[in-house]
Each structure stands twice: as structure tokens, then as C-alpha cells.
Design a protein around this ligand. Structure first.
Ligand code: AMP
Ligand code: ZN
Length: 137
């Protein structure tokens, strides 16, 4: 996808409106228009990168400083009990907007939103060893 057509690049260029929470020279944070909970915020690099594998390490570091700053502010000011940091990469993982972004999703104890409680079975030692053998740099 070219950045001219990218919805988050358009937000960065102010070609479409957004509710901006925070901005610095490299990053922009704005409210998600389909929030999972009140205060659901999207943090992006102003430069267009598609996934985690594309964003340079120094920009990733700077972006996560912003994520931490906003998450802490949300925790205090919106009086939440916690928050999820979610970052989808590629369509199979649910990435819809192909501009790298981090979700900050405020949570309350009894909010009835998603819980990461997916049924799963304990792996055998052989399963773990087999996959570990393939996981090399
Ligand atoms: P993902 O599934 O990780 O690609 O999430 C993309 C997110 O961007 C979704 O939560 C959308 O609700 C949000 N989104 C899409 N368009 C806009 C927009 N114009 N302003 C704010 N958030 C948006
Ligand atoms: Zn973009």
C-alpha cells in the first residue's frame, strides 16, 4: 500500500479528522473511532511502515516511550484498573490498517470485554523441542 492511500498517513497529514491525544516529531496518538473501551488509543509512527518488521529499531523505541506515557496517563486520568497493549501484524493476525500501530485498550475489572482466556492444552516436551529446533536466527 502506498502511503498516499493509507488512512493513518491521511490522519498524520490532517487530511481526515481525528481526536489527537498526543503528538511529537515522530509519533501521533489518537482515539480509535471504534473503541473497545472508553479511551482506546492508537499510537503510530508518522512515517509509514507496514508491520513490526519494517519499523526501524530507533523509531520503535521512541514509539514505545509514547505508548508508556499515554498508558500511564490513561491509567491515572481515566481511573482504569489496567490496560491491554495490542499490536496486530499481517492480515492473519487481524491487522486491518497496514500502517504499524499499537492499541492501548483501557480495562476495568468488570468491563465484560475480551479476556485472553483461550482454551489450550499443555504442550508435551517433544512438541516444545520440535518447534524450538526451528526457531533460530
Ligand atoms: P487493526 O485491526 O489492528 O488494524 O486496527 C485498526 C484500528 O484502527 C481499528 O481498531 C479501527 O477502529 C481503527 N481505525 C480505523 N480507522 C480509523 C480512523 N479514521 N480514526 C481512528 N481509528 C481508526
Ligand atoms: Zn500510512
Amino acid at each position: 500500500m502506498k502511503s498516499e492511500d493509507c488512512i493513518f498517513c491521511k490522519i498524520t497529514r490532517r487530511e481526515i479528522p481525528s481526536k489527537i491525544v498526543y503528538e511529537n516529531n515522530l509519533n501521533l496518538a489518537f482515539l480509535d473511532i471504534f473503541p473497545i473501551s472508553k479511551g482506546h488509543t492508537i499510537v503510530i509512527p508518522k512515517n509509514h511502515y507496514s508491520t513490526l518488521e519494517d519499523i526501524p529499531d530507533n523509531e520503535l523505541t521512541e514509539l514505545y516511550k509514547v505508548v508508556k506515557k499515554i498508558a500511564s496517563m490513561i491509567h491515572e486520568k481515566l481511573q482504569t484498573d489496567g490496560y491491554n497493549i495490542l499490536q496486530n501484524n499481517f492480515t492473519a493476525a487481524g491487522q486491518v490498517v497496514k500502517h504499524f500501530h499499537v492499541h492501548i485498550i483501557p480495562r476495568k475489572f468488570d468491563d465484560d470485554k475480551f479476556r485472553v482466556k483461550i482454551p489450550r492444552n499443555q504442550a508435551t516436551e517433544a512438541d516444545l523441542n520440535n518447534v524450538l529446533k526451528k526457531m533460530e536466527f
